[in-house]
Write a protein that binds this ligand. Sequence first.
Ligand code: C5J
Length: 225
Amino acid sequence: MNPQQTVSIAAEPYAFAFVPACCALLIVDMQRDFLEPGGFGESLGNDVTLLRRTIAPIQKLLAAWRAHGLQVMHTREGHRPDLMDLPPAKRHRGRGTRLIGDPGPMGRILIRGEPGHEIIPQLGPLPAEPVIDKPGKGAFYATDLHAILQNRSIRQLIVTGVTTEVCVNTTVREANDRGYDCLVPADCVDSYFPEFHAAGLAMIKAQDGIFGWVSHSDKILAALG
Ligand code: C5J
């Protein structure tokens, strides 16, 4: 595979053509609190096994992406320990007994530096891979992601991670508005709610790819060779 040459993979609503050297693998919020048994997500009554199905396919895609020397970026959702970047509306909207910043099973919930905020060890970032700490759902809001992508000549993104309908969808929409092409491998994203996962993917590829393309990691791996 020549990373400068366009490759095309089967996708919906039509084939996705990309130049690997100009395409980053973006791994969204694969954090312990969302994915690990005993974390914040499970403590809210969610079934984390649904999200954990993404770990093996993302691992495989990540290994192939790294083996070809292509660019990888990770995101984490979380806030400053002093909560100064946490809008009161976000803190209070859930009305739960545990709010962002409160003590949770893996430290303070969604606070940078706490164990639950860390990326799961199976997908731990390498030192050269940027980790974008984001206070919102979208990876572009209040972060330097766009600048980093521009400086690295990235124009296309393979977006993976959790959850399909929240941080993945928001990030794909933000990327679309900034001129990036996004491909979402359906097996590399998931949700606590299967119906939202399906709807999230349907919305991305609707109307001839209004926000992007949907495919499967097998197709990407086959194209990388
Ligand atoms: C993400 C969330 N990462 N569901 N966060 O989707 O609150």
